[in-house]
Unconditional design. Sequence first.
Lengths: 656, 225
Amino acid sequence: MPNSPQHRVETGSWEVLIEINSKRPEDTSADPSEKVLAPYHRTMEEIERMPVVEKTMTVCPECKLVINGILYKDGDNVMIRKFCPEHKWTVEKYWEDYDMYMKMKRYNYFGRGFENPNYITETKGANCPFDCGMCERHKSHTGLANVVITNRCHLSCWYCFFYAKEGEPIYEPGLDEIRKTFRNLRSQKPIPANAIQITGGEPMMHPHIIDVVKMAKEEGFDQIQLNTTGIIIGQNPEMAYQLKHAGVSTLYMSFDGVSKRANPKNHWEVPLTLEAMRKAGGNVVMVPTVIRTINDHELGAMINFAINNIDVVRAVNFQPVSLVGRMPTRLREKQRITIPGAIKLIEEQTNGVIRKEHWFSVPYVGGLNKFIEALTGEFKYDLSIHFACGAGAYIFIDSDNKIVPLTEFLDAPGLLEHLQKAINEMDGKGKIMRRAIAVRALLGVGKFIDKKKQPKSVNFMKMLMSLFLKHDFATMGKIQMKSLFLGMMHFQDEYTYDIHRVEKCDIHYAMPDGEVLPFCTFNVFPEVYRDKVQKQYSIPTSEWQKTHNNWTYSKDKYMRDVKALEQTPQYIKTYGSLIDYFALPVNGGKAVSSFSRPTEPQKVAVVATNAGKTEQVEETASPAQAVHSDHAEGDSCGCGSGGCGCGNDSCGCGSC
Amino acid sequence: MDHSSGHSAHEATINESFDPYVVENGKRYMVPYRIIKRAVFENIERAQLIDIPHAARLQYRLMLMDPVIKASVDFTKAKITILYNHIGADNNKEKISIEELTAFLAKEGVMTNPSYTIIEDYDYYKNFYSYAYNPAKIRERAPYGYTMEQWQKMKPDWEIKMVEGEAAKKAKFKAFQESYLDSNPDAAAVVEPGRAPKKKQKPTLKERIFGKNNSNGKGFWFHGI
């Protein structure tokens, strides 16, 4: 086979590739201020001289010894270094913008843990992170609860660690067991979990998914997210109605890019899913996993895609990849991207329309909630996560298509300071005095809004008043309807692990044994948490086969018909009529990076390698055909199963 | 043992007669263990545990073994507690003997003393599973800006409000479902096939004279202004 590893070895091209991959960036600049920043390649003497930003506890990625972690400043980067007596130094990128790190840090605060923590061990968090459940040491209540309802998935994405591989036991709890988990989450004190994400595997593969959603609503969850590829909904559009009626608030849908190459997971089905959700009046949050060199060139294009579908898409929640499992430095360096790294790329790719100063860390919102809590005396959601875990920005699309980020017309830090003063004043006062202080504070809110800059179609003051006076989810929903929320959520891995972050985590997993765990212990140490406990509560495949109508692993897997999907009216409409909002004169008039309409026949001259010869393929091939012809039969997409469902041989893993 | 692999070589023994489900109020829940063992090793030499980070790693390494359900290595108290699925336990999961456990600890440099070792039965269902689903309340906090004294006075009202809020929330959602199906015949056809379409209400006299009020309670005179 012409492109197989065997062939590469025989022709010597393998050695060439290895040599190219081993090249390090060279510093040829004479001016020391222009030196190539290569934070991974410094000597330890150099690194130890760098200014220390913060100290924390972390783990050795090799042996899991709990060790000191030092965050230090290297040029513009915040790096983490750690020393294990056995495995020596590990150096990793923690945050790619020092100034932004310091800005985000201002909003950090300690929230409230559980009044009824459900941990079992006796050491009370002394051996963190190997003592999880929610121990006395944990500092945030559950903000978003994840409940895994199956580990089966119809795809086999190479970077995903959430699904059962062939031969692994099946975890799929029954309805009563799921209800018990929901009740467990709702019985948390003092603030019951109110937002839930039903996840998997692919949760749509659970045979009673509609009943699961209904049950979540019955148990009192306000916000129900369904974490899915959307493929099953796209192909069974009537399910969108059922889900909406049952109580799904948002579809939390994987979406790794606009192009086929960046998003082999569900590029072809997304138009069908969006159309189904549009008709059902549903909401979609697009969730790209961002991997440097794989899809980081399409961040702006993804935002543009979301704006094109703003009638149904409420948010794009970027998730810089968590490099779980042991990886060589070279590969980490290549694929690592952190929140500010993605934010900077968005700024570049949207021609400065969405800039880094428009972003805020998640605990910023805690200031607003504290004000409402101090006013009403009722517990409110805290969102007290670590500032380095998440960031967000709101953009409004005005009637003339101008993209207006929220902080263009709202002095957010000023507003927060103003409210904090009122909170301090309220301390120890009676009900009437509190209200008087609140009224005075609210009357002063107007000065933080620049009405000349706010979108013409939005009265933000009115929205804000509604939020403060009604202080409910519906008001937040109304803000969402007129805007697009851009989120960042960076989950940790063994290289960047920071115990200060994990003890403030508010994205939790409810496990079948009754314990509740932070996301970044559940998934970073699956061998002692996720996989271990799910295995205890799983059924071996042989037994699953017997009880489930001769089920086989391959029957679960999705095979797509690319040609048929590309001819659907939804596909042609969605990708073929994309508007480049960033290219409009009102937004600066420069095209968003990587903008393209994939369905238009393009003049492409793709060179297909065939036994050492090169030949020109059809000039009018659609990109799908072009990509396909670029990959010879027998290529491995690296997913290990050969059934990644990508429909062509390019799953974007870089190994095709 | 390869600590990094996350797998242990222990095999599951299948007992066909074991029912992994328990019944609570007529509902079936999978509970993979019943009576397991708890081993408590006390008076361990601190030097063998080295320090808290090494104790934490030992705990991690113990947890890597499938038959170990929970482990706790307490450096301060020089004590190791292990919940494990012992040989002969009535379930279908991987099992381990106490000898294997002590051998593992010895390999990790921790020598246990039989005279300071307690091995006892542990009811997984009662003490682990049921507790995790109904944990004890260990502390209480007041909302931001309030003292505990103020909170104690406010709390009964808040609790009533919470219950009322839950009921109101459910009623609101029910109303949403009705209006969703009423306003969306396609959805109605899928969700409730055969559902009779809602009769259009006749406009009232006031509506016939002044037009329908679409202004969300602001009063008809705002309409269109």
